[in-house]
Design a protein around this ligand. Structure first.
Ligand code: NAG
Ligand code: NAG
Ligand code: NAG
Ligand code: NAG
Ligand code: NAG
Ligand code: NAG
Ligand code: NAG
Ligand code: NAG
Ligand code: NAG
Length: 775
């Protein structure tokens, strides 16, 4: 979107943060998520909620030995308690002064506490493409995700959106325990068979800033993000959707017959983890099948990451969880949600481009990228060549002409040029560049056209050879089938995951760039000459947009295979992902202005999710909660830290294993101070379950990985029956310190008929995210 708008928003935000900051320093209290050991709860309490209240009353600052004040303390306790959690945490959240927190730490049953933290969603700066058509297996076998409930923790929903129409929707499942809560400008009649749940959570936010005014105290979306993500996952069919003429067609979510339940925990006024996990807690109680969370917290260990804690409970309850990798790419180790029990999704491009056609005075048409929303064409405008377009004093002399600029080779150059030219009051700017990650520059209130070096030369030759060079332009062109696609976006956060380096992340890639989905009617999508512009659809980019695509695919798989665990669904998505683009070349990474290097598994995971293939993966790598606990036991987490995640006071760590039965592999060759000729061996054990036909034989193949010796034992798996499990061992031998940052390959199990190829990415790396393993 327009960079101007972002700048404005950013300034408002800074202002806001400053106000809140002062409020906070005055109030002295803060919110904490407190973990309690339920096995210590005295029998006299009728339930944990009462125990938490009594505990809070006993530590309250107003509590003292005089019984006269005991009732006051109880009253204070109930105002201090924000949420008693049921599923996600054995414990509660409360607003506490420093002395109350200290007293609480000495209370019976106290395990640990973490301070409330702010959360932000992952938007930055489609179905047909994924092979989903009425004839496709994934939509057929799942009947469009019929009856599956996708819960989203987000900014809310705009219930009037056409994408929430319930035409053709099944009845609401009998097992659904959710509600459509009323609130400001929202009542329960606004839900229907598509939008079946709407709840909102802001007690934590309000406790943090007692004087705050919540502008929309309901599930109604005043930001747009939640409307966009939820309709990406499960929006119903809407004919004639478009964004100012761009991306015209029938819009629909990935699972158009799935129900949507919205849990609003992200607010214009701020977002906090106490509210976030209350939302997840409620979604579990309500009975969602899939959770989609386009948000994350950076730099937290698993036991302090509220998303890791809350989703452990969700996955134990058989709920599939999709999360976004984050938008901090293209550098390594920037990923969040590196959580072994969720799906972590990277963002790729679509094969769709938004273009303008520039017709030179000599009749030659040139197509460039543009996302201009203003007047759809102009004709016979003088065109001038200005080289690097850096001198403002010269630019402002040009007047109503098209300016052609050259010499931008990276995002900084291009951003300067676009910025300078758009301020110069010229008619349009044409920018010649070999830089390909240009998405953030084309969405502008000012007409920007980005062209290749080759087309740029044609334009410059024409200008130099003509006495009165002119050009016409037509905007709002949508190009489909552009090549190569998909590509991994530059902004998509990269692995390895610092919070759990043992598991390769991200898992997969899904479309995230320039995604069209529903948008609230009264929230401006852009502005034109300072006039706000409105649209029922908006085009956004980010891993926030990739996450609900994957959630939609999971809904289709859940419907088609109701007996599969969340890990089995994830495995099917990973082992069938596409690694080739539409030119049959390895999918490229556009990070660092690159156009030739393939994306590695640490960038895009296993590849682009392919719902039709995921329906029938042949073999799956299953994992249950015992396996996750064994993994946690192998790390250096203390028993108490593990207890916070598992919520069980008797964690069995007798059988630790750092080798999770995951459908991908990450091997570290990062021993810096070892002799150069030292070789080391990394070993992995896996068990696959046959979910295909009864009797079948799979044979292994591994793509060569330079400098490494890769071996699989046995090299053949002969299954006699469906659901039979067989195991194998992968060994990777290599130098103690790998030369390259990342070397990668794929391990494929192929059945005799070639019907199934079960593909696992292998990443070997010299990177050293802190490996917190027990010695
Ligand atoms: C909140 O507002 C009340 C009344 O307007 C005022 O007395 C109090 O100081 C304010 N608190 C903070 C933390 O600003
Ligand atoms: C928001 O709505 C809830 C439920 O209707 C109500 O309990 C709460 O007091 C309201 N909060 C504010 C700040 O208006
Ligand atoms: C933008 O504003 C200009 C001038 O006010 C007007 O001519 C043009 O039609 C507007 N474009 C859109 C898409 O509203
Ligand atoms: C054009 O942009 C560059 C980079 O921001 C800046 O250094 C230069 O001063 C700008 N030109 C003028 C005259 O403002
Ligand atoms: C921009 O150019 C138009 C005519 O092309 C002129 O009317 C207007 O005053 C100019 N604005 C500025 C800020 O120079
Ligand atoms: C673009 O061209 C410049 C100058 O020739 C070169 O240094 C740069 O590597 C090129 N970038 C890409 C992405 O091809
Ligand atoms: C997980 O699977 C293992 C066998 O792979 C089994 O022993 C264990 O009981 C299972 N745990 C749960 C919680 O189902
Ligand atoms: C490795 O290098 C050391 C010293 O450079 C040498 O003594 C040793 O024999 C070498 N080992 C092998 C296996 O080549
Ligand atoms: C685990 O190891 C990491 C890395 O060495 C360290 O930062 C962390 O503090 C350790 N945690 C515990 C609980 O010892």
């Amino acid at each position: 979107m327009a960079s101007h708008r972002n700048v404005l928003l950013y300034k408002l935000w800074i202002c806001f943060i400053t106000i809140l900051y002062f409020t906070e320093t005055l109030s002295q209290t803060d919110n904490y998520i407190v973990h309690m050991d339920l096995s210590v709860m005295p029998k006299s309490f009728s339930g944990q909620h009462h125990w938490y209240l009594a505990t809070l009353a006993s530590v309250s600052d107003v509590a003292d030995s005089s019984t006269a004040r005991a009732s006051e303390a109880t009253l204070t306790a109930s105002s201090k308690l924000l949420y008693s959690y049921t599923h996600v945490v054995n414990g509660f959240s409360a607003s506490l002064t420093p002395s109350e927190l200290e007293a609480l730490k000495r209370s019976p049953g106290y395990i640990s506490s973490i301070k409330d933290l702010p959360v932000k969603h992952d938007t930055t700066h489609s179905p047909k493409y994924l092979g989903l058509t009425p004839q496709s297996p994934a939509w057929k076998a799942s009947n469009y995700g019929d009856g599956i409930i996708i819960g989203l923790v987000d900014t809310g929903a705009w219930p009037e959106s056409e994408s929430y129409n319930d035409h053709g929707m099944p009845e609401i499942p009998k097992t659904w325990k959710g509600e459509c809560e009323s609130g400001t400008q929202f009542n329960s009649l606004m839900c229907n068979k598509k939008l079946i749940g709407a709840r909102f959570f802001n007690k934590g936010l309000i406790a943090k800033y007692p004087n705050i005014t919540i502008s929309m105290n309901s599930t109604r979306d005043t930001e747009g993000h939640g409307t966009h993500t939820s309709t990406t996952a499960a929006g119903n069919f809407v004919e004639g959707a478009s964004y100012f003429g761009y991306a015209k067609g029938t819009a629909s979510g990935v699972a158009p017959r799935a129900h949507v339940a919205m849990y609003k925990a992200l607010w214009d006024e701020g977002s906090y983890t106490t509210d976030l996990i209350a939302a997840i807690d409620q979604a579990i109680s309500d009975g969602v099948d899939v959770l989609s969370m386009s948000l994350g917290l950076d730099g937290l260990p698993l036991n302090e990451d509220p998303i890791a804690l809350a989703t452990f409970a969700a996955v134990e309850k058989n709920i599939f969880v999709s999360t976004s990798a984050g938008n901090e790419g293209p550098f390594h180790e920037t990923l969040h949600n590196g959580i072994p029990w969720v799906l972590t999704v990277a963002a790729g491009t679509l094969d769709r481009g938004f273009d303008a056609v520039l017709t030179l005075g000599n009749g030659i048409p040139i197509t460039g990228s543009s996302f201009y929303l203003g007047s759809s064409s102009f004709s016979d405008v003088p065109i001038v060549f200005m080289d690097d377009c850096h001198t403002m004093s010269e630019l402002i002399k040009i007047g109503p002409k098209i300016v052609v600029c050259e010499g931008a080779f990276d995002s900084n150059d291009l951003s300067d040029q676009v910025e300078n030219v758009s301020r110069a009051n010229v008619t349009a700017g044409v920018f010649i560049t070999n830089f390909t990650d240009t998405e953030e520059f084309i969405g502008n209130g000012f007409p920007v056209v980005i062209v290749s070096l080759k087309d740029g030369k044609t334009i410059i030759d024409y200008i130099k050879s003509s006495n009165s060079p002119q050009a016409s332009a037509e905007f709002r062109k949508t190009d489909l089938g552009i090549e190569p696609a998909p590509r991994l976006t530059s902004y998509s956060s990269r692995g390895p995951s610092a919070s759990c380096p043992l598991v390769m992340k991200p898992d997969i890639m899904a479309p995230g760039s320039l995604i069209l989905a529903a948008w609230p009617q009264n929230i401006a999508v852009d502005s034109n000459n300072s006039q706000p512009m409105f649209s029922n659809f908006n085009i956004l980019s980010g891993t926030s947009m990739a996450c609900p695509h994957a959630a939609g695919v999971a809904a289709l798989l859940r419907k088609a295979h109701p007996d599969w665990s969340p890990a089995a669904i994830r495995s099917a998505m990973i082992t069938t992902a596409d690694t080739m683009d539409n030119t049959m070349e390895p999918i490229k990474d556009i990070g660092f202005g690159n156009r030739i290097n393939p994306a590695t598994p640490l960038d895009m995971g296993a590849g682009q999710v392919n719902p039709n293939k995921a329906l029938d993966p042949g073999l799956i790598y299953d994992v249950n909660s015992t396996d996750y606990v064994r993994l946690l036991c192998a790390t250096n987490f203390t028993e108490k830290q593990i207890q916070v995640i598992t919520r069980s006071s008797s964690t069995d760590c007798s059988n630790p294993s750092s080798d999770l039965n995951y459908p991908s592999f990450i091997a570290y060759f990062n021993e810096k101070n070892s002799p150069s000729n030292l070789t080391i061996v990394r070993e992995f054990h896996r068990t696959v379950t046959n979910v295909g036909e009864g009797t079948c034989t799979y044979t292994v193949s591994v793509t060569p990985m330079s400098g490494l010796k890769v071996n699989v034992m046995p090299d053949k798996l002969e299954f006699k029956t469906k659901y039979e499990k067989l195991s194998y061992k992968l060994t990777i031998e290599g130098p103690a310190l790998l030369d390259e940052t990342v070397t990668f390959g794929y391990l494929n199990w192929a059945d005799a008929g070639g019907k199934h190829v079960v593909k696992s990415p292998i990443a070997a790396t010299s990177l050293s995210p802190e490996l917190s393993l027990k010695n």
